[in-house]
Structure formats: structure tokens, C-alpha cells
Design a protein around this ligand. Structure first.
Ligand SMILES: Nc1nc2c(ncn2[C@@H]2O[C@H](COP(=O)(O)OP(=O)(O)O)[C@@H](O)[C@H]2O)c(=O)[nH]1
Ligand SMILES: [Mg+2]
Length: 331
């Protein structure tokens, strides 16, 4: 890509053109070396827009209603005049075929909405690559002037931490269920949630949903108080994505929380910390990539791994040897 083409793409993204944004995301997803360079230039060119979206991470196990929720919630926001981007972060997408496209619920209405932009996760990605691609895609959506960026992920542990690390708010979607369900949610996930939405609070499931909300509200009260929370947060609420009930209340809570965090400096502080850890991550990934690119080092590492496994070398000693070899290779 020439400098001129990058500049033109940047102009398109800044102008909020969805096709330019889609192309830009494809560019940042590419692992080709020349594409990486162009992607870096593009992100640089877009760095100064000063635009800020509300980034909302959304997680939940398959079938809980993420797609249904995102479509209904997204339509509600676009009806208010807001522009909404939806990104998917799915490290397992190589197997499942993507968490949005592979779905029964394809968000048909939202995808036709001119104020919305939907991007499924790419197939074939490892967590490291997913992290970079997702952060950059979020940055691109922000530069394109979207007001809300929804970052969806399936509940597979690691990806939730990843998404929370690039979001301003983290929402956990749950299905109605008794005590077992409460057990099933890992404590770590509870600790990063800002809002727990118990979906399917409709029809026969409504009483169970309301009980689940009460259970989680109780469990949340037992968690350690976090500095970035006002009184009453994290919170649990019932919603019905299907009947589009409780969505306005959920949005009101999200806005109230974001406003409070902005007013109290937590919003900017957390973003600054996220930027730092993004940077540190990139350095780590870059070092690992170097290690993996160098055939001699790879062979050395394999041999030392065997020696460690056989008890002929101490792990820390062997690691020091690989790092010394890496430094020497830098020369
Ligand atoms: N009763 C009820 N069913 C829902 C609701 N939201 C989603 N569903 C259903 O749950 C199933 C899974 O929904 P989907 O949005 O695809 O879940 P995802 O896998 O988390 O994206 C579908 O059959 C939906 O129609 C809801 O609020 N109430
Ligand atoms: Mg889905």
C-alpha cells in the first residue's frame, strides 16, 4: 500500500465511511509484513482525532442471547441517533466459524441499519493475534466516530479478561438459573463485571430470572469494593432481549456508571493503564515473535526443553541460556 492509499483510507475512516472502516480492519488483521507497516501508518494517521466512544465489553456463554441482545440494544441506541459498532473477539473462531457469522441470529436488522457497523471475528486467530487485531479495530471504530463500540466475546475465560482490558464497561450476560449457575460463573469473571444482565426474563422463565438477579445481587455485595465503582455497583438487572424489555434501564445504568467514572477520574486512568499494558503486550509479543522467527534459537530452545524435561538442566538456567542467545543474535 502506498502512502497515498493509506492517507485516503484514513480519510475514509475519519469520514465514518463503513466500507473504509471494513477495509481498515481487514488491513490491521493481516499478518503480512507490508500490511503491518501500512496498518501502523494508518493508526498513526488516525491517532489525533480525539474521538472517544463508550467501549462496552459483553460476554456470555453460547445460547445466553448475546446476538439477540446486541441487535435489540443496538437498535435502541441507533434509534436515539447514536452510531454503534459491534466487534467480536473469539479466540476459538477457527473452530466455531466466528461468533457472529456462525450464529443462528445474524443481527439482520442491525446490520442493515446505516448507523451500525458489524464486524465478525476473523477465522483463524490465536489469542495474541486476536488481542492486537481487536484493540486496533476498536481504535479504528473510535476514529470513525462511533459513539458506542460493543465488543462481544464468548465465555471462555481468557477472552473475557482480554475484552475487559480494552473496554470501559464490562457486561456479563447470564441465563436464568439456580444455584448451579451461580457456581458455574468463575469468581474472576464476577470480579471484572460492572453489570450483570440476566437475560430471558420473560414468559415462563421470568420468575427464575428474577431469582437469579437476586442471587447475583447478593453475591456481588460480597465482593471486595473497587475504587472505580460508585455506591451500588456492580449491579445485576433482569432483561429480555427477545421482548426488548429492560434495555433502556440497562443503558441508563451503563451511562450512569461511565459518567461517574469520568467525573471521578477513573475513566481516563483506566484507559491510560490499558494503553500501557497494550504497549507492554506488544513488546512481549514482539520478543516472542523474534524467538520464533530465528530457526537456530528455536532449535536451541527445543533441545534445552528436552534437557529440562530429562532433568539434565534447571529450567531457569536453561531459560537464561536462550535469552543470552537471543541477545547475541541481536548483536
Ligand atoms: N425467551 C427468550 N429467549 C431468548 C432471549 N434472547 C435470546 N433468546 C433465544 O436464545 C437463543 C440463543 O440466542 P442468541 O442470541 O443466538 O445467543 P448467543 O449464542 O449468546 O448469541 C435463541 O433461540 C434466542 O431466540 C430472551 O430474551 N428471551
Ligand atoms: Mg451469538
Amino acid at each position: 500500500m502506498t502512502g497515498l492509499e493509506v492517507a485516503e483510507l484514513a480519510r475514509g475512516v475519519r469520514g465514518g465511511e463503513r466500507r473504509a472502516l471494513a477495509r481498515a480492519i481487514t488491513l490491521v488483521e493481516s499478518r503480512r509484513a507490508d500490511h503491518r507497516v501500512a496498518a501502523g501508518e494508518l493508526l498513526d494517521a488516525l491517532a489525533g482525532t480525539g474521538r472517544q466512544a463508550l467501549r462496552i465489553g459483553l460476554s456470555g456463554t453460547p445460547g445466553v442471547g448475546k446476538s439477540t441482545f446486541i441487535e435489540a440494544f443496538g437498535m435502541m441506541l441507533t434509534a436515539q441517533g447514536l452510531r454503534v459498532a459491534v466487534l467480536a473477539v473469539d479466540p476459538s473462531s477457527a473452530r466455531s466459524g466466528g461468533s457472529i457469522l456462525g450464529d443462528k441470529t445474524r443481527m439482520d436488522r442491525l446490520s442493515r441499519d446505516p448507523r451500525a457497523f458489524i464486524r465478525p471475528s476473523p477465522s483463524q486467530a490465536q489469542l495474541g493475534g486476536v488481542a492486537r487485531r481487536s484493540r486496533e479495530a476498536v481504535a479504528l471504530c473510535e476514529a470513525a466516530g462511533f459513539d458506542v463500540v460493543l465488543i462481544e466475546t464468548v465465555g471462555v475465560g481468557q477472552s473475557e479478561t482480554l475484552v475487559a482490558g480494552m473496554a470501559d464497561l464490562f457486561v456479563l450476560l447470564l441465563a436464568p438459573g439456580g444455584g448451579d449457575e451461580l457456581q458455574g460463573v468463575k469468581r474472576g469473571i464476577m470480579e471484572i463485571a460492572d453489570l450483570i444482565l440476566v437475560n430471558k426474563a420473560d414468559g415462563d422463565l421470568k420468575p427464575a430470572a428474577l431469582r437469579t438477579v437476586a442471587d447475583y445481587a447478593g453475591a456481588l455485595r460480597l465482593l471486595r469494593k473497587r475504587v472505580q465503582d460508585p455506591e451500588g455497583f456492580p449491579k445485576a438487572l433482569p432483561v429480555s432481549a427477545l421482548e426488548e424489555a429492560g434495555l433502556a434501564a440497562a443503558w441508563a445504568e451503563m451511562k450512569a456508571l461511565a459518567d461517574w467514572r469520568r467525573a471521578n477520574g477513573h475513566f481516563a486512568r483506566v484507559r491510560a493503564e490499558q494503553a500501557r499494558s497494550w504497549f507492554e503486550d506488544e513488546v512481549r509479543q514482539g520478543l516472542l515473535a523474534r524467538l520464533e522467527r530465528d530457526a537456530g534459537l528455536r532449535a536451541r530452545m527445543a533441545a534445552l526443553g528436552d534437557a529440562v524435561e530429562a532433568g539434565r538442566a534447571a529450567p531457569s538456567r536453561a531459560a537464561a541460556e536462550v535469552l543470552a542467545a537471543l541477545e547475541a543474535a541481536q548483536g
